[in-house]
Design a protein around this ligand. Structure first.
Ligand SMILES: *Cc1c(COP(=O)(O)O)cnc(C)c1O
Length: 399
């Protein structure tokens, strides 16, 4: 998963070019910046690497999501269907544009179950937001068909799945819009950053203005720009974009290492018949940032987690079911609508209803799932040691 593991001279060189001019902002200062436009260059590299028409960089993956939602016209009175297994940022973004997050069950793809999505559609539903968790993806054909049938928007939260593909297309470029995060632990990092990707010029132009106080960016004089709508500030800086530029050039290498290491570790777990693996939809190509695997029962999974902890080999293995940031069970702040400022009434009512909503279908999957994060810098010997220790630990628990 993390590009920061291979941070090096390439990133330093790009950042130094910005430091030499001292123009740390992405807009304006055309003379003093001496032709250095890192954010623009990174946006171009993103469109070329992932095959979308437009890319708008932002300050984070979270602001990429809010920007995409605003540009798609999602706001007060709208419902956004999203999975109960994600990172908190997904519902934060929905709430911050004034819309209602409708959390539904996942399946063994570890993201939206299309039947659960269908059951959650109401006259207020405006958007389906699959979250492509842990490097792999939702069944996008099934979700796109539902969107078409009900005239809904498809917004891909691909923040965690940079480099994964579905039927030959990059995740994040398939829906009406899609987002990546470039925070410090993502596949490629800017330290902090994100991007909205789209093939729709109107969505792009709105994203461009929204992230910069509504500037239309049409003239040479920034101060004379017009503001056709209200925007906010979620600009990326040139320093952050410079880091991302060096990272995106190394993406192929990151993916190659990740796939190799994932496959090598998986071979150890495949020898245990009780273990099954996350389902990748047909036509999908996993980025391999995690190896996600299932045990036959919640009790066995919890025993394996406890045994791995006792043996000091739990680091890098995530039991999301008990995690505070990724799964509905521990999101008390959400279920209690604990907001610092007043939410709108529809939001508050929907959040309080989550307290009594059952996610038993998701529980049955998440309680048996462990995700092992894949390092880019593991040696063959380290993978062998890790694989053997994990397999021995699991076999001990299975008895
Ligand atoms: C990381 C992440 C985000 C948000 O990204 P930040 O850049 O940290 O704001 C959103 N969704 C998912 C699924 C993520 O993993």
């Amino acid at each position: 998963m993390p590009g920061f593991e291979l941070f090096g001279d390439e990133e330093r060189k790009e950042v130094n070019e910005v430091l030499e001019t001292g123009i740390l902002m992405r807009y304006g200062f055309d003379g003093p910046r001496k032709g250095i436009w890192k954010a623009k260059e990174l946006e171009k590299a993103i469109t070329e690497t992932f095959g979308c028409k437009y890319a708008q960089l932002t300050s984070s993956g979270t602001t990429a999501l809010t920007t995409a939602m605003a540009a798609l016209g999602i706001g007060f009175g709208d419902e956004v269907i999203m999975p109960a297994f994600t990172f908190v940022a997904s519902f934060e973004a929905v709430l911050s544009v004034g819309a209602v997050p409708v959390l539904v069950d996942i399946d063994e793809t570890l993201t939206l179950n299309p039947d659960a999505v269908r059951n959650a559609i109401t006259p207020k539903t405006k958007c389906i937001m699959p979250v492509h968790m842990c490097g792999s993806m939702a069944n996008l054909d099934a979700l796109a068909a539902i969107c078409k049938e009900h005239n809904l928007l498809l917004l891909e939260d691909a923040c965690q799945s940079i480099g994964a593909n579905y039927k030959g297309k990059a995740l994040g470029t398939i829906g009406h819009a899609g987002t990546f995060s470039f925070d410090f632990v993502k596949m490629i990092t800017c330290a902090e950053g994100g991007v909205v990707m789209t093939n729709d010029k109107d969505v792009y132009i709105k994203s461009d203005g929204y992230t910069d106080h509504g500037h239309d960016h049409l003239g040479a004089d920034r101060g004379a720009d017009l503001h056709p709508f209200i925007g906010y500030n979620s600009r990326i800086s040139e320093l952050h974009a410079a880091v991302g530029l060096a990272q995106i050039r190394k993406l192929d290498r990151f993916l190659e290492l990740q796939k190799k290491n994932n496959k090598a570790l998986r071979a150890y777990l495949e020898q245990i018949p009780e273990i099954s693996f996350r389902v990748v939809p047909e036509g999908g190509e996993d980025s391999c940032s995690f190896l996600s695997w299932f045990l036959p029962s919640a009790a066995l999974t919890q025993a394996v987690v406890a045994e791995m902890k006792a043996q000091g080999i739990l680091a890098g293995n995530f039991y999301w079911f008990a995690n505070n940031w990724h799964y509905i069970t521990n999101w008390d702040h959400l279920k209690n609508a604990s907001s610092l400022n007043r939410l709108n009434q529809e939001q508050e009512a929907a959040l309080l209803r989550l307290k009594t909503t059952s996610f038993s279908a998701s529980d049955a999957i998440m309680s048996r799932c462990i995700s092992t994060s894949i390092s880019l810098v593991w040696t063959e010997d380290q993978i062998k040691e890790k694989g053997e220790k994990m397999a021995a630990c699991i076999r001990k628990v299975l008895g």
